[in-house]
Design a protein around this ligand. Structure first.
Ligand code: F6P
Length: 529
């Protein structure tokens, strides 16, 4: 570690040791107005980090770390379109995808291309939604099935569920992702081919899971309506035009992506077409506007008031200095049920790295293991462990002030539960007369993210907040957040396994470590039901 950074790192270690004997509730005793200094807001989100186990001195040191690594320079490098994804020689410009006209993010050409493609995609989405674009036999589309995986699935799937309020009157939108084809089969069982539109969402158009499902869907459609009907029932989003040609996607039904958009950052591109069909163009634009508001804040606000920077440094504090390797994300809104799954890819595929940008092994931990579940379900599932178990986790609690389904009376209950949990996680319960099995040690660090109501604008800001948090952390850890080489080896090995599985003599060619398992599976598969 270079000396300045080493010095700050050591200072943070000493802050951590010093604070180990200070209980979180004592921090509130020392400063009853802690909320005022340990909260910040932007773009409709309020971050209350008063229940994080640190004080102003430790926080100041974390900000010193930001300065030491020239965080501001790194943020500007991203906005200027520099090649910050060094192992793939790519710029990273998802911020350009949510820009309004005139913002010039990524330069004039990028802006023009983004705005033009956005308008094409939104026109198409409105056409499908309103029934102007129809199936081969003239039926309006009632079912839309997005076929994609990872970043080509998780963002739109999460957002369609989150924004369900805005989907009234739209075709039903479903998502098929896994390679086994069962998710797709379940959706097809309820679909009428005459009124079903498939969207093949794949940046590369080579992902095996997506291609297998797309071929299956094509066969299902062709069997019912004939091959000539296929172009009217398939749209696609990809950078790979030749592969879309080969699949037979009509030029008007295909939408472009760019190399400078990572899959997990692509919700804002035409990968969001299924979402745009579900919620309509105006609400999709509101989602972009919310994200853009967060982008402006991220670029301009001082680190001390900058939400993504604050969340990032709190994460560094918890992972590297409080030794809490996991982050539980707990939304107190059922409609954010898929948000933890979305964040898993965003955070762990981005920052799950073990070498620096220069390929040097790291001397520190990186990305948290992200997990979570809608808050009340989680209370009745794993909160026992969070309160009293030996493993400890950092916690993000997400809470709207108002209900996303209009049920304010029940939402009041959700608010009460969320705040009660935050309180107990931080303060705990012990002292005279409390038997050991009832002791809650407390001291579990909580960030509360509050917003008015889960609407498109808020969701856009929320997703952009986490995207930028992930980038800031990557800068502080010195890693590249935008490649994902760790997923490639498994894909390659799967090709070999498939060959061994299909070849009657395959076990002989397989490595010894796989032979027994292959042989067991083969006999199970050959057994007659
Ligand atoms: O999981 C690896 C990955 O490359 C992700 O980064 C990406 O979101 C996903 O596969 C899907 O890729 P594509 O959109 O090219 O099908």
């Amino acid at each position: 570690m270079e000396p300045t950074r080493q010095g700050i790192w050591s200072a943070l270690e000493s802050h951590s040791r010093r604070l180990a004997s200070v209980r979180m509730r004592d921090l509130f005793v020392a400063d009853p107005d802690r909320f005022a200094s340990f909260s910040a807001s932007a773009a409709g989100l309020l971050l209350d980090y008063s229940r994080q186990h640190l004080d102003a001195a430790a926080l100041a040191e974390l900000h010193a770390l930001c300065r030491a690594v020239d965080l501001r320079g790194a943020i500007e490098a991203m906005y200027r379109g520099e090649i910050i994804n060094n192992t793939e020689s790519r710029a990273v410009l998802h911020v350009a995808l949510r820009q309004p006209a005139g913002a010039r993010l990524g330069g004039e050409d990028v802006e023009a291309a983004v705005l033009a493609e956005r308008q094409r995609m939104l026109r198409f989405a409105e056409g499908v939604r309103g029934g102007a674009i129809r199936g081969s036999g003239g039926a309006a589309f009632r079912t839309v099935i997005n076929i994609g995986i990872g970043g080509s699935d998780l963002g739109p799937a999460m957002a369609v569920e989150a924004l369900r309020q805005y989907t009234v009157g739209a075709p039903g939108v479903g998502f098929a992702s896994n390679v086994d084809g069962c998710g797709l089969a379940d959706l097809l069982a309820d679909a009428d081919p005459r009124s079903t539109l498939f969207i093949v969402a794949s940046k590369t158009f080579t992902t095996q899971e997506t291609m297998a499902n797309a071929q299956q869907a094509r066969a299902w459609l062709a069997a019912a309506l004939g091959t000539d009907a296929v172009p009217s029932h398939f749209a696609a989003v990809s950078v790979n035009a030749p592969a879309m040609d080969a699949f037979g996607v009509h030029p008007d039904y295909r939408f472009a992506m760019w190399d400078w958009v990572g899959g997990r950052y692509s919700l804002w591109s035409s990968i969001g077409v299924s979402l745009a069909i579900a919620i309509g163009a105006a609400h999709f634009e509101a989602l972009l506007a919310g994200a853009h508001a967060m982008d402006l804040h991220f670029r301009r606000a001082e680190p001390e008031h900058n939400l993504p920077v604050l969340m990032a440094v709190l994460g560094i504090w918890n992972i590297n200095f409080q030794r809490l390797p996991t982050l539980a994300v707990l939304p107190y809104d059922s409609r954010l049920g898929r948000f933890p799954a979305f964040l898993q890819q965003l955070d762990m595929e981005s920052n799950g790295k073990r070498v620096s940008r220069d390929g040097e092994p790291l001397a520190w931990e990186t990305a948290p293991v992200v997990w979570g579940e809608a808050g009340n379900n989680a209370q009745h599932s794993f909160f026992q462990l969070l309160h009293q178990g030996t493993p400890r986790a950092a916690l993000d609690l997400l809470l709207g002030a108002r209900s996303s389904c209009g049920n304010e009376a029940q939402h009041e209950l959700a608010i009460a539960h969320c705040l009660a949990q935050a309180e107990v996680f931080a303060a705990g319960q012990d002292g005279e007369g409390v038997p050991p099995h009832k002791v809650h040690p407390g001291g579990r660090p909580v960030s509360l993210l509050l917003f008015d109501r889960l609407d498109p604008r808020t969701l856009g800001a929320l997703v952009a907040l986490y995207e930028h948090k992930v980038y800031v952390q990557s800068v502080l850890w010195g890693i590249n957040a935008f490649d994902q080489w760790g997923v490639e080896l498994g894909k390659k090995v799967a090709q070999g396994v498939l060959e061994w599985l299909r070849d009657p003599d395959g076990e002989r060619a397989a490595p010894p470590s796989l032979r027994g398992t292959l042989s067991a599976l083969r006999s199970l598969r050959s057994a007659v039901d």
